[in-house]
Design a protein around this ligand. Structure first.
Ligand SMILES: C[S@@+](CC[C@H](N)C(=O)[O-])C[C@H]1O[C@@H](n2cnc3c(N)ncnc32)[C@H](O)[C@@H]1O
Length: 450
């Protein structure tokens, strides 16, 4: 790998001197893998002149002048060649590990001539120019004219781009051969694979009454690997399920996650729901076969263990018996095997109590009840589609409740452990069919590829 030169353009070069002389970066410089230079924006204005100017239009705020930024950038190119120019801005692409890796590959690992040519110059990948903004940022025309990359260190606003530039360097330089000693320590890190890193323990093995997990001291490498993968999977489910949902998981990893996910159940309530158009009152609704079919298929897609239909009406349950005499037997299987598979998840119950008793019988533990509603609620703990970890960490089966009619009565929602935030678009229309709501809720809650 060829040596890289990094120019940092900033208002405060002194922020970077110790940083680039310390620890692994300092060693990489000593080993000749990288070199740094700093350009102070104040060096590109005559004495006593300002580098910033009030931003155009009403409102406070100063911006770094376009001609000052231009002079600094052109100087960097003149000294070390025209390279990849990176601006740090909260409006840039957020620096997560896949982006770090992709940028490391583009900027640090591509020695091939074609890669350099693809960027327009012979030495494009060998010089990185990091532009750190300050005040309200740099004049927008400069970024438009010079930026190869716009990078944000995260969704918050700092006073300047110096720390983001350092975060960027600490993250991408870990991929440069020779900077971090062991390649494996980079590859197994959190966010480098689909799972977070496993927990690290050191000596002493017993500390303040807390012991290192026994398996780690067993010397059995296969057992340790399996424990670590399982623990990493569990941590990811509980701490960063949102991250896992964004990954392109292999079938093997999907199966791994599915094994670790708590069992999920769904129930469609035809009792304890509001009915009536003008004056809403508690009552019962009729079961519709289109709901049964479509919701069963959503449940099969998202790995729901059972889809319960609650109706207290004996006649409705009798009719469903007839219906399932087809779908739960070889007749339904011969007619359509995929529908048969989905229908095999369906179980009819007379009450929610029966559903809960059945789950407890199957799982040995009572379910956590998560209600869904088109309305905002306050009587039950509200959770969002980012809070799955809170529920998963309780290691109990999960029952998601869906209402028919005008939705479940408040007293039923109050009985649940949580209520999910309503599914909404950027409109005031709020009348999803329950079939569609089930699909959207399950996709957000335990779906992949959000
Ligand atoms: C106060 S900020 C300006 C924020 C700008 N008005 C906005 O809201 O997009 C000043 C400078 O700090 C840097 N900065 C602040 N937060 C950042 C972040 N999260 N990522 C990258 N750079 C950031 C940028 O260089 C920015 O130009």
């Amino acid at each position: 790998v060829k040596k890289r030169h990094i120019t940092i353009i900033t208002v405060f070069p002194e922020l970077h001197t110790t940083f680039t002389q310390t620890s692994l970066l300092g060693r990489a410089v000593q080993d000749g893998l990288i070199s740094f230079s700093f350009l102070a924006l104040s060096d590109f204005v005559p004495p006593k002149k300002r580098i910033d100017t009030p931003s155009c239009g009403p409102g406070a705020g100063m911006v770094i002048k376009a001609d000052v930024a231009q002079a600094a950038l052109e100087k960097a190119y003149e000294l070390h060649g025209k390279g990849a120019t990176i601006f740090f801005t909260p409006q840039g692409d957020v620096l997560d590990q896949p982006r770090v890796k992709a940028m490391a590959e583009e900027l640090l690992l591509s020695d091939e001539e074609e890669a350099c040519q693809a960027q327009g110059t012979n030495d494009a990948a060998q010089h990185l120019i990091l532009f750190c903004g300050r005040y309200e940022g740099v004049d927008a025309r400069i970024e438009d004219a010079y930026a190869d990359y716009r990078i944000s260190s995260g969704d918050y606003v700092l006073m300047g781009g110096d720390l983001p530039a350092q975060i960027f360097l600490e993250s991408i330089l870990r991929y440069m051969p020779g900077v971090v000693g062991k390649k494996a320590s980079v590859e197994n890190d959190s966010f480098s694979s689909h799972f977070l890193d496993w927990p690290a323990y050191g000596q002493p093995v017993a500390w303040e009454g807390r012991a290192v997990p026994e398996v780690l001291l067993s010397g059995d490498h296969a057992k340790i690997d399996a424990w670590r993968k399982d623990d990493a999977c569990k941590r990811t489910l509980e701490k960063r399920f949102d991250w896992l949902q964004k990954q392109e998981l292999s079938d093997e990893d999907c199966a791994y996650v599915a094994k670790r996910l708590p069992s999920h159940y769904a129930v469609l309530m035809h009792d304890q729901v509001l009915i009536g158009k003008t004056e809403k009152k508690p009552g019962t609704t009729s079961v519709t076969t289109i709901d049964v079919h479509d919701i069963a298929r959503s449940c099969a897609t998202y790995g729901i263990k059972k889809f319960f239909i609650v109706t207290p009406l004996t006649e409705q349950r009798r009719q469903l018996d007839v219906f399932f005499r087809f779908w739960h037997t070889s007749k339904g299987q011969a007619y359509n095997v995929n529908r048969f598979e989905a229908m095999s998840l369906v179980q009819v119950c007379a009450s929610l109590d029966d559903v809960e008793a059945e789950i407890e019988r199957l799982e040995g533990r009572p379910a956590i009840k998560v209600a869904t509603s088109a309305k905002q609620h306050t009587e039950t703990a509200v959770i969002s589609y980012r809070d799955q970890g809170v529920v998963f960490a309780q290691q109990r089966p999960v029952l998601v409740l869906f209402g028919t009619g005008q939705g479940m009565v408040d007293s039923l929602i109050a009985e649940c452990d949580y209520v999910l935030t309503p599914v909404r678009g950027f409109t005031s229309y709020n009348h999803l069919s329950v079939r569609c709501a089930v699909a959207i809720v399950l996709d957000r809650w335990i779906g992949l590829g959000r």
